[in-house]
Write a protein that binds this ligand. Structure first.
Ligand SMILES: Cc1cc2nc3c(=O)[nH]c(=O)nc-3n(C[C@H](O)[C@H](O)[C@H](O)COP(=O)(O)O)c2cc1C
Length: 335
């Protein structure tokens, strides 16, 4: 159940208003399913979550209870016990079913933590009420602390060269292309064009690589990224956006590849005319980059320099050299 996209729901709250998952956009959501309002365990659970609601809100979380009770009964329940949490009515157990919180046709007391990206990050099926709300709060604190760190797919992405020759299934390449195509672009112009080299065209692209990019010849997949200026906005002061758009798309593709355990290494070292000829890309297009894609493999065939780079720490200038606060060139900072 963990790390699945949270199923959507469409339910009514205690005031009879419709509520679905999109109402909680940008927030964490603690969704707890309970069998019946006003009963002892369910009252304790609702009161415990209500008492801690302020602390949940500090973590940018909302807490929502779901049961089969009709909205009117939920309204009475909230009023009688001064409950702060939102309560939703799931009369036919549609939401409970979608979350797998049902046993023998009845609600199984269960709690889910959903993150702002709508991923279920934690769940417990078969909850024991005493201490449960406190435990969920602690778990959410841990999740939130991790989420405020650097995105792991950004942190661990590198321009690796130690490729395996193992093929990459077509559907996974398709997923990389979908990720790239979901990038934003000026006026949604989507200036990127991708050509996945395959078979003879892949071999011909490899002929366009210079000696320094020998390592890319092992790649099972090479994706050419092409565009031209009139496929995107051309604004004042030299703001031609086609290159920018393609860069955003390749950025998405690389993050997606890292998440999938793949290397996606963009290169500029190739003969563009040969690549265009190999892939039948029209002459007025610019082949901006080739993205070399494959599984991680043995570094044995790499040059000494490249092998060293493969295991070297990330090199970047100090952030203060490139990021300024207030004015260009101004270091600013926290002091
Ligand atoms: C536009 C572009 C062109 C690049 N061209 C090559 C290339 O031709 N050959 C190569 O081995 N690496 C190439 N790289 C990889 C960079 O050298 C690498 O991203 C950079 O050294 C930073 O390392 P990191 O990506 O591991 O953080 C290129 C990267 C980009 C974004």
């Amino acid at each position: 159940m963990l790390f699945k996209v949270a199923p959507d729901f469409s339910l009514r709250n205690s005031q009879g208003e419709g509520m679905d998952l999109s109402r909680f956009r940008g927030k964490y959501l603690v969704l707890y399913f309970y069998p019946r309002a006003m009963t002892q365990g369910c009252t304790r659970e609702a009161r415990d979550f209500s008492r801690l609601l302020g602390e949940f809100k500090e973590l940018r979380a909302e807490v929502v209870g779901i049961s089969p009770d009709p909205p009117e009964r939920l309204a009475k329940f909230r009023e009688k016990y001064c409950l702060e949490v939102a309560l939703l009515s799931d009369p036919d157990l549609a939401a409970a079913g979608a979350y797998g919180a049902i046993e023998e046709g009845k609600i199984l007391r269960s709690t889910f933590i959903i993150d702002p990206a709508r991923t279920i990050r934690w769940c417990r099926l078969g909850v024991r009420v005493p201490g449960h709300a406190e435990e969920v709060l602690e778990i959410l604190r841990g999740i939130r602390a991790a989420d405020l760190g650097l995105n792991p797919a950004i942190r661990f992405r590198r321009a690796y060269r130690a490729l395996s020759e193992e093929p990459v299934p077509k559907e996974l390449v398709q997923r990389l292309l979908e990720a790239a195509h979901l990038a934003p672009s000026c006026f949604n112009n989507q200036p990127w064009r991708f050509v996945v080299a395959e078979g003879e065209s892949l071999e011909a692209v490899k002929e366009a690589l210079p000696g320094g990019n020998y390592w890319a010849k092992r790649a099972p997949v090479i994706i050419a990224v092409a565009s031209k200026p009139d496929l995107d906005c051309k604004l004042s002061d030299g703001r031609d956006y086609f290159l920018f758009g393609c860069g955003m798309a390749v950025g998405n593709l690389m993050v997606q590849a890292t998440q999938m355990g793949l290397i996606a290494h963009p290169i500029a070292g190739f003969d563009p005319q040969k690549v265009k000829a190999a892939l039948k890309i029209p002459g007025d297009f610019v082949v901006i980059t080739l993205v070399v894609v494959g599984w991680h493999g043995d570094s044995g065939y790499l040059s000494e320099k490249h092998r060293a780079l493969e295991f070297s720490p990330r090199e970047r200038r100090p952030l203060a050299d490139v990021a300024f606060w207030g004015y260009f060139g101004h270091e600013g900072g926290s002091g």
